[in-house]
Design a protein around this ligand. Structure first.
Ligand code: ADP
Length: 235
């Protein structure tokens, strides 16, 4: 509809402005971090007395850097596109788990794996990891009192094409249908003050870059399942 068109044009404009601002923010952030190292060296032993404060400045500037990079990645995805190689999603899932392990133990979350696929897909490894991390971290956030996380990969055909279906399923808070329709919108978040609302829109862009499809099913109070399908590599 024309209303949707206006909304998406507005989002594109917001994205352009955001990208411009992000670039501008990156420079001073780098200057701050660079000088922080210099100050630390100059202080020598005295640096120990303000260790906590220095660490906080370091962490917080790094966090600005990460947010800005997320923004840039979202608004200028093609500049960030990397080369693809053939990977088995099941292997990448296994390699990615250590990155979220601390969140699982801290959040009292039981992990089950259903790695049954053997087909390879053509994808950039870091980008597939990013997709998986975005989905797993959201799933973990959705289970503040603990729960079960299931991550899997199955060989699955779609529209007559061979492919691999990756899924991330949680037993968390779930989403009402009105919410579910908005989750892929850039900047849409229910995590006031903590979310950027960019995770799923970046995830969808990445999935579509590899001719994949992403969808979600959710039941309030029961949990959510995200499914990502990729065409198999032709070899
Ligand atoms: P962010 O995590 O920064 O809010 P996302 O784009 O990743 O941004 O997610 C958008 C919104 O979708 C979240 O704020 C949350 O409301 C909802 N959401 C995403 N994944 C889940 C999930 N597994 N369970 C419940 N809600 C979810």
């Amino acid at each position: 509809t024309s209303k949707q068109l206006v909304v998406s044009e507005k989002l594109a404009a917001v994205g352009e402005i955001a990208a411009g601002i992000a670039h501008e923010i990156n420079n001073p952030v780098q200057v701050i971090q660079g000088n922080l190292d210099v100050v630390r060296v100059q202080l020598g032993d005295e640096a120990d007395q303000i260790k906590t404060e220095l660490r906080l400045i370091d962490e917080q500037t790094h966090s600005i850097f990460l947010i800005v990079n997320k923004l840039l990645q979202f608004t200028r995805p093609d500049e960030y596109a990397e080369g693809s190689e053939e990977h088995r999603p099941a292997d990448i899932i296994t390699d990615t788990l250590p990155l979220v392990q601390h969140l699982l133990s801290k959040g009292h979350i039981d992990l089950s794996l259903e790695l049954e696929s053997i087909k390879a897909i053509s994808i950039n490894r870091t980008e597939l990891q990013q997709i998986l991390i975005n989905l797993m971290v959201n799933a973990i956030h959705a289970m503040p009192d603990g729960g079960a996380l299931t991550v899997g990969a199955l060989d699955a055909d779609r529209d007559g094409k061979n492919g691999v279906l990756v899924f991330v399923k949680d037993t968390g808070v779930g989403m009402a249908p009105e919410l579910l329709t908005r989750i892929f919108d850039p900047f849409f978040t229910t995590k006031q003050g903590e979310g950027t609302g960019l995770g799923l829109s970046i995830t969808r862009k990445l999935v579509e870059r590899y001719d994949g499809e992403i969808e979600a099913d959710s039941v309030v109070g029961h949990g959510t399942e995200f499914r990502v399908w990729f065409p198999a590599a032709v070899s």
